[in-house]
Design a protein around this ligand. Sequence first.
Ligand SMILES: [Fe+2]
Length: 290
Amino acid sequence: MGRPGKHVCSQVIPALVRERSIDLVIANAENAAAGSGLTMPMFAKLRHYGVDVCTMGDHVYKRHETLALLESSDRVVRPANLPREATGRELAVVTARNGARVAVFTVLGRTFMNVRADCPFHAADRLLGSLPADVKTAVCDMHAETTSEKVALGWYLDGRITAVVGTHTHIQTADERVLPRGTAYITDLGMTGPYDSVLGRDRYAVVQSLVTGVPHPYNVATDERAAVRRDRRDGRRERAGAVDRAGEHSGPAAAAAGAGGLTRSSSGKVIAGARLRREPSLLRCCLLWV
Ligand SMILES: [Fe+2]
């Protein structure tokens, strides 16, 4: 989210890809450009940092310049349950670094969202039914406000898709698991962005708005720690390393699976996974071994 999120991506993704031999990086980028939308230059930067595919969400059309990006890139997907005429691709099929063909799409939830969208369940059915025969790995970003819609889609697609991962609420949930038929699931991956904030926005402005009822501009929060890392060249690597080492999550599911945060799949579809929640954390992500 915004500049702090971009800064962390630039520092963490290249090292993470190297250390974990990650084959494909998928990011929801709908808030990358100054907290709302995605621009061509920002997309180019994310690609440079190692992001392979960007999904969008309810902010997909917040910026007019995003339209050109959606029309030109086959690595950015708009929500698939928008009208057929909506600008942009609803499905990306890319080749990962290990040679696997991977399909990526996103759907919007319909509860408490300010976008009129069609049924996400039927949209997912339609896309999964259209996948090329050589595509064995598919990931769905369920961009929704309510946990119930996301959990329901996870169960609905269990065994038919590699992973269902939620986005939009900006708060990472602790329910990562492999569902009985082999689909990896987490209700929300959380946000990569300013830690001391309200969902990435200036915490003082949000609190003041809620307390007084007087609207304040919800600018992207500045992150003092990220700023320190930028300014202190000597300390940059040390600080980045601290973020890297600090806090791989180890909850009950992680204990059950050893090093991974997800339990093993009986079908073998998802071998293992780990949810990363690095503290003081600006990085929220989920790793899957498929
Ligand atoms: Fe969103």
